[in-house]
Design a protein around this ligand. Structure first.
Ligand SMILES: [Zn+2]
Length: 474
């Protein structure tokens, strides 16, 4: 009898010890001080071996009433309990929906476990976090007058934000272009260079947006007229010999197996490699100098003929069958073979690399998210990180990558998105839409920087394409 009792006690104690006896603990994954319309909250919970039974997060108002924010229950799955000994409890707090007034409220975290003696414990909060509730998004005031932005074009906006803003910029659909504080300007001033991508939804006007530390976001409209621009269409015939002499070597040089079917091989380059080249280009342009380096318009590569233009819609045919459609996102400029390729404006070398369909490229960063791409080069003569002046030789033209014949593919990008270079080749447009508003925002006379800039090559000032392309300036 005594022995049976002793065995029971030992087994019971063993069970208790095996399951764990200490109460579940909770700690913040990241500190939280402010709660607004969209504030992420992550709490790390830990329990003994028997595991968690449940957790709840409540918001306690100043009057003491509590509202449930989020909860989770864990069913018993083993002999001991749920076996879930660690859990990251994640939720997004919306102070308005929770009815929290501006001021101080408290987030309260409860957690229970399957420990055999857990019921003896009182239901005490595992964590209490005082937070300041802020429901007011940052203020935004857009400066300047009427804006015009073309489909595939660029634009610069100057605005002021209240000091609680932790981020701001321009939203074009789901794309966002960050604003930066221009050197020399009052602390509240921001400038943002943004693109209206050629494939953007033209019904959704660009808006200025700002967000505070509590996740309160404001969007404001500004006077902007979005203008449609017609882009040409082109048909390209894909021949077996093109696949053999161009596509096959590209795949081989990138160590990609060459599909037997010529159309499959073509698509692997024209579709898949094109996509990954664009992704790489976006990554490369993820950061930019906060100062705009250009002092005048971009120079067009001297003495060149325009082959293809920006946003040309290309339909690819193989034996009378449409096999692909793509958009050409730059200008093709041809002169002589292995012609010196010159930096179109001052900047920093962001990359020198083999970029898939673009072949050997040089990417220059001009600041404020503005970049230029020089593709299909036969050789390059600059190193990443180097500073270049307008007109410096950066390489020689060629036909590396997806190019039929020696030419320079030239692209301009804003925030990683290709834009129509025709605006950036136009000194009047650059001055009126970019340099003057930027100088005004910085409190510098508009013509101070332009006066010291070297005169543009007259041949480059008017690109041959300008005659038939739509006017860049409004
Ligand atoms: Zn091209």
């Amino acid at each position: 009898m005594l022995i049976t009792l002793l065995i029971l006690v030992v087994v019971g104690l063993g069970f208790v010890l095996l399951s764990g006896t200490s109460a579940p603990t909770a700690r913040l994954a990241q500190p939280i001080e402010l709660v607004g319309r969209s504030t992420p909250l992550a709490v790390e919970l830990e329990a003994g071996r028997a595991g968690l039974r449940s957790w709840e997060i409540f918001a306690r108002k100043p009057d003491g009433s509590e509202t449930l924010v989020a909860e989770e229950r864990f069913p018993r799955s083993t002999f001991l309990g749920s076996g879930v000994s660690r859990r990251s409890a994640q939720t997004t707090l919306d102070a308005k929906t929770l009815g929290l007034p501006e001021g101080t409220s408290t987030l309260v975290v409860y957690a229970d476990d399957y420990a055999p003696l857990g019921w003896l414990r009182s239901r005490a909060p595992r964590l209490e976090i005082p937070v300041a509730v802020d429901l007011t998004p940052p203020r935004i005031e857009v400066q300047g007058g009427q804006h015009y932005v073309y489909q595939g074009g660029s634009d610069l906006v100057v605005y002021e934000v209240s000091e609680d803003a932790v981020g701001s910029g321009i939203a074009v659909g789901s794309r966002e272009f960050p604003g930066v504080h221009p050197r020399g300007a009052p602390p509240s001033v921001r400038v943002v260079l943004y693109a209206l991508p050629h494939d953007a939804d033209l019904e959704a006007a660009p808006r200025v947006t700002a967000v505070d530390a509590a996740g309160n976001r404001r969007f404001v409209n500004f006077p902007v007229e979005v203008r449609r621009r017609a882009y040409p269409a082109e048909e390209i015939l894909v021949s077996d010999s093109f696949v053999r002499t161009k596509i096959q070597p590209i795949l081989e040089s990138h160590e990609i197996a060459v599909p037997e079917d010529p159309v499959d091989a073509f698509l692997r380059v024209n579709r898949e490699m094109r996509r990954s080249s664009e992704e790489q280009l976006q990554e490369l342009n993820a950061t930019s100098d906060p100062d705009l380096r250009i002092t005048t318009a971009f120079r067009q590569q001297p003495g060149t003929q325009v082959g293809s233009r920006f946003a040309e819609h290309r339909t690819y045919r193989y034996n009378d069958r449409v096999v692909d459609e793509q958009t050409h996102l730059g200008y093709d400029l041809a002169s002589v073979k292995q012609a010196p390729v010159l930096a179109a404006e001052a900047g920093t070398v962001r990359g020198v690399l083999d970029l898939g369909i673009y072949g050997n490229v040089v990417v220059l960063d001009h600041g404020l998210g503005l970049a230029s791409l020089y593709a299909h080069l036969s050789s390059t003569s600059v190193e990443p990180g180097a500073t270049v002046a307008a007109g410096d030789e950066i390489g020689k033209s060629g036909e590396t990558g997806l190019a039929a014949g020696d030419h320079l593919h030239f692209s301009i990008l804003v925030g990683g998105h290709h834009v129509d270079p025709i605006e950036w080749w136009d000194p009047k447009w650059v001055s009126l839409h970019v340099l003057e508003p930027l100088a005004e925002a910085r409190g510098v006379p508009a013509d101070a920087s332009a006066a010291t800039a070297p005169a543009a090559d007259p041949a480059a000032a008017a690109p041959p394409a300008a005659t038939s392309a739509p006017a860049a300036a409004p």
